[in-house]
Design a binder for this molecule. Structure first.
Ligand SMILES: Nc1ncnc2c1ncn2[C@@H]1O[C@H](COP(=O)(O)OP(=O)(O)OP(=O)(O)O)[C@@H](O)[C@H]1O
Length: 247
């Protein structure tokens, strides 16, 4: 479903993503973790066709990104870390715009908009985007992606800015979609989300994948939380101790 082979991105001499390999099977939830600046967003941007890799291969839904970029973009959904929506549109105009672009319409999609709006408490579709808060825009963005029922969904920090109820609904919805065959790739700094939701986890550090597998494989027989494992693997445990002592 999602495959990256020897994927690298350089910005000038700086290597943001360094020769990574990953595979996500259909219907799985894959959590991509890493500290600030580790390379998560850069990887998502390459996997979704919005940034050209320096080298390496990407395959989504069995299609090569180099030869089938448009078809891939038509069949996937992307929720970026910052909602990018035209300010001058009203909420419903934005949804209509997305429906036009993806050529999805009809009763099914409209019903889904209705259901998703109710689920996320979106009762402001007549408001102009410029007058919406960050969380309100984030929910509109989520509806615009989920209403299309894409086969693969990429979400960059999806719960940031969402209230507790909306975040919970989103997590449950993603689990439900995955059980119905949708493939989910998400980044998060909230390790508890990854621990509870993801079938498989990869940790990226300074552009390189330093650990990958199910929670069981990552734990390797020890009864550790993902937070402990993450800090240990990214060698930040000692740092934190010293910093707290210093303060
Ligand atoms: N267009 C760009 N030009 C130059 N450097 C870039 C560019 N985009 C990203 N970088 C650098 O690449 C590295 C990885 O950035 P990226 O946004 O992928 O990190 P991230 O893991 O998503 O971080 P965060 O958790 O803070 O969102 C960072 O050092 C960043 O400064």
């Amino acid at each position: 479903m999602i495959k990256a082979r020897n994927l690298t991105k350089k910005f000038g001499n700086f290597v943001a993503v360094d020769n990574i390999n990953l595979t996500v099977e259909k219907g799985k939830i894959f959590g991509f973790l890493g500290s600030n600046g580790a390379g998560k967003t850069t990887t998502i941007r390459m996997l979704t066709g919005s940034l050209r890799p320096t080298s390496g291969e990407i395959e989504i839904l069995g299609l090569n990104m180099k030869t089938h970029e448009l078809e891939i973009k038509r069949r996937i959904g992307v929720v970026p870390d910052e909602p990018r929506i035209y300010d001058h549109l009203k909420g419903y105009e934005y949804l209509e715009f997305v429906m036009d672009i993806y050529r999805v319409n009809g009763k099914e999609v409209k019903d889904r908009i209705q259901e998703l709006s109710e689920a996320f408490g979106v009762d402001y579709l007549f408001k102009q985007v410029s007058d919406m808060s960050h969380g309100m825009k984030q929910k509109l963005m989520l509806i615009s992606v989920l209403m299309r029922k894409p086969e693969v969904i990429f979400l960059d920090e999806p719960t940031v800015g969402l209230d507790a109820k909306s975040a919970k609904i989103l997590k449950e919805l993603l689990k439900k979609y995955a059980s119905q065959g949708t493939t989910i790739f998400l980044t998060t700094h909230i390790l508890e989300i990854a621990e509870k939701m993801c079938d498989e986890i990869a940790i990226i550090d300074k552009g390189k994948i330093i650990a990958q597998g199910t929670m069981e494989t990552l734990r390797n027989g020890e009864n550790k939380s993902l937070e402990d494992l993450f800090l240990e693997l990214t060698a930040q445990e000692e740092d934190i101790k010293n910093i707290v002592e210093m303060l």
